[in-house]
Design a protein around this ligand. Sequence first.
Ligand SMILES: Cc1ncc(C[n+]2csc(CCOP(=O)(O)OP(=O)(O)O)c2C)c(N)n1
Length: 687
Amino acid sequence: MQTKTKLSIASESLEYKAADNIRILVASMVEKAKSGHPGGAMGGADFIHVLFSEFFEYDPADMNWPFRDRFFLDPGHMSAMLYGIQTLLGNIKMEEIEKFRQWESPTPGHPELNVSKGIENTSGPLGLGHAFGIGAAIAERFLVARFGEQIAHKTYLYISDGGIQEEISQAAARIAGFLGLGNVIMFYDSNDIQLSARVEEAMNEDTAKKYEAFGWHVLKIDGNNQQEIRQALYAGIEETERPTLIIGKTIMGKGAVTENGDSYEGAVETHGMPLSKTQASFEKTIENLGGDAANPFKIFPDVATFYSEVKAKKQARATEKKAAFRKWAAAHSKQAEKLHSFLYDGPPKINWSQIEQKPDVATRAASGKVLAYLADRVENMIVASADLSNSDKTDAFLKKTTSFKIGDFSGAFLQVGVSELTMAALATGMALHGGVIPVCATFFVFSDYMKPAIRIAALMEQPVKFIWTHDAFRVGEDGPTHQPVEHEAQIRLLEKLKNHSGRRSFLALRPADAQETTIAWKLAFENTWTPSGLILSRQGIKDLPASPSSSRFEKAKGAEKGAYILQDTSGKPDIILLGNGSEVATLVAGAETLRKVHGLKIRIVSAPSEGLFRDQSQDYQKEVLPPGIPVFGMTAGLPVTLQGLVGPSGKVFGLEYFGRSAPFQVLDEKFGFTAENVVKQVLDYLK
Ligand SMILES: Cc1ncc(C[n+]2csc(CCOP(=O)(O)OP(=O)(O)O)c2C)c(N)n1
């Protein structure tokens, strides 16, 4: 590799001293917490020091600056390394790292999104960070395509052996290569050690060749040699047409020594426990790194001075970039206003009542109508599909735009290919970047493939919109592999799980007809606090009845409360029939007979989101489901899906087994999802 002049203001020895300072802080955090992962973090300190002191651009006085460089850590277990560098930069206080892994400290075991402290993503499940970073880099390209290079920035990723091995990384890397994301530089901390074994015991693939095959620019360096790190970063920055992978051979537990001063580097043991619990000596290691074992939570004075100069330089650079941006904004006020609204105003106002829905359509088709409408009005929405756009009806959006291509981000559609987990994580990364509204779609049954990313999106409170079509066994002939059963119950567990802000961590909506789909979309679109999921039918659904006094659209607005009375009776109902999705239409059909033939007084409740319903006042909940009235629920999912709504004395008719392959009308008959069976089940229940 060619050598370039070192731009750093520090002497070489000071540079390594700074990295040693990070290593000392890392080892000390883990030692004090009596748990954590020192080895990898100590090995990565040289890269982290060079990246943050010389390359990474941000504004120390404005951590949320939208055009800052991004750093996505994949191996969350190396949190101490990130906290170490953020301590040197002054974003995390020394007393905060002394409380590493403790209650309410901003330094949890695995980093949690906290932009003001330089933490761009929650990380822990390996591999997700890779895809979050690529998603963020796509969002950056999308915005740059619209507003110009003055808002461009770099996205740096940090990955380890575990992340490289995770399946999600293959698709994240494929997509980054396919799209030619020259704004991405990823450092692979290749230290030959993983959690319970040496890497050679688990893999022998040639990672460099693999990434080259994906279309990356790959460099191999000594990851503890700061000059090589620097050269590689320069080379990565110069490369604008391909993402860059820097494979840095690093030394696990760099600087670790035993009681008698022998090296204890490169040991598997240092991956996941305090040094004192391994054969290394914590005290001797701190001394070996130039620190004071009795008082290790210190920044060396010359390192502190160096970093305050670094910060001043960052500040000056950010001020310069901001001035250039202001100049651009002054000359392009309309554009600047639009960009401002993308970044800060949240979703635009939409006139939902204007969306025309055809009668009796599948809710996936109704969602397509909404998407087509939004495509003309929401300029910062990015829609992705995992190779199902014609089935999940995101093609309605695609028809109005183009998909991303190498060097061309003027469109707003991402063809992810068949990679659902990656798609969910990419969309989450886009949301983390900000300025865009990410939507992604596939079949509901494949939400299983996406779950780990959905969970972390929910923990990070990112407003990704998930579209899941083919919501039940009515997928029909495709058979049980494609027929969701337990999926709704599963995804609704996230509705019960509160996030750190005390809100339900997810909004799951299964609308019952076309107009309810418009309202469900409104709810998802306006939900900027959590991810949302729309669970939509493949087959057509008969429109639900409107009230005599208002339109079906007006009535469907009841869905904004999670559950609402769709049809009522005068006086006290004998029974309440409750469901969501296409089962509501089946209940409506069954109710006709129950009323006419059996003289029952019936209320029908449509309940697209139990979570949302439980957030309403007690009065409202009692108004819809008054205590003491029997409730019969019907669901194409597991009965537990509606158990909470029907209550302990209610009855749910659901599916308790895998589906079967046959036309859906046959399955409706065989499984009992018919008006006749509603009548039978209700009469049995009321006996
Ligand atoms: C999805 C997932 N599976 C398993 C783990 C548990 N885990 C944490 S680190 C790790 C492997 C560590 O190896 P490496 O990535 O090389 O990190 P290093 O040992 O260098 O710190 C594993 C299996 C995890 N965090 N995420």
